[in-house]
Write a protein that binds this ligand. Structure first.
Ligand SMILES: N[C@@H](CCC(=O)N[C@@H](CS)C(=O)NCC(=O)O)C(=O)O
Length: 219
């Protein structure tokens, strides 16, 4: 019997949802994107809380397995479908190569994501939601993100991608927040240093990411 198509719950516009979509597309895994109307609070309804107890998107289902947390979902997809699509995405059997990907994936989650997701909210989503922007928070987050990107600039001066010579899950995980910030005139200059700019140009040209952007505009 053919394996059931995996289900991703949430809007393609969500940064965390689009991380999972990019991973599925990179790994050539079929999926069904199931809309969740967040403005109507569908993600806080009891039925949804059964698959995501924190009431956030994305939620993910693979047969009778339910998962949440976009980076954990991406790791699961890569481990389960090691031989599909981009086989290098989460390394091979070399422990050091995998540790290098994990190191930069953690850097994304722990260092890049906190200031960048705050800026995404303040610069991209607050205006859409007619909410007042907090200039103090914006300034502080820009300073924090600038320090993180200085470290990236040094790393990317010596390495084509964050974890080494190959595009990996570590690079992919940066796509959603970086995309939103590069579209914001106020934040784009943070990504202008030579090697960060080269890296962004290369990772944002992946076919997988272009398809995610198409899914966002089609929604
Ligand atoms: N760390 C989580 C973050 C999930 C998250 O914050 N999702 C946002 C949309 S991008 C959300 O559901 N926000 C609504 C809420 O928190 O109530 C992940 O990576 O999956």
């Amino acid at each position: 019997m053919a394996a059931a198509t995996v289900k991703v719950y949430g809007p393609a516009m969500s940064t965390a949802v689009s991380r999972v979509l990019a991973c599925l597309l990179e790994k050539d895994v079929e999926f069904q994107l199931i809309p969740v109307n967040m403005s109507k609070g569908e993600h806080k309804k009891p039925q949804f809380l059964k698959i995501h107890p924190f009431g956030q998107v994305p939620a993910f289902q693979d047969d009778d397995v339910s998962l949440f947390e976009s980076r954990a979902i991406c790791r699961y997809i890569c481990e389960k479908h090691g031989m599909k699509g981009n086989k290098e995405l989460y390394g091979t059997n070399n422990p050091l190569a995998k540790a290098s990907i994990d190191k930069w994936l953690e850097a994304e989650g722990q260092s890049f994501n906190p200031p960048s997701s705050t800026l995404v909210f303040q610069l991209a989503f607050a205006p859409l939601m007619k909410m007042k922007q907090d200039e103090g928070v914006i300034k502080q987050s820009k300073e924090k993100l600038s320090k993180v990107l200085n470290v990236y600039e040094k790393r990317l001066a010596e390495s084509r991608f964050l974890a080494g010579d190959e595009f990996s899950l570590a690079d992919l995980s940066h796509l959603p927040n970086a995309h939103c910030l590069l579209a914001a005139p106020d934040a784009a200059p943070l990504f202008a240093s030579p090697n960060v700019a080269r890296w962004w140009s290369e990772i944002s040209s992946r076919e997988s990411w272009k398809k995610v952007l198409q899914l966002q505009t089609a929604a």
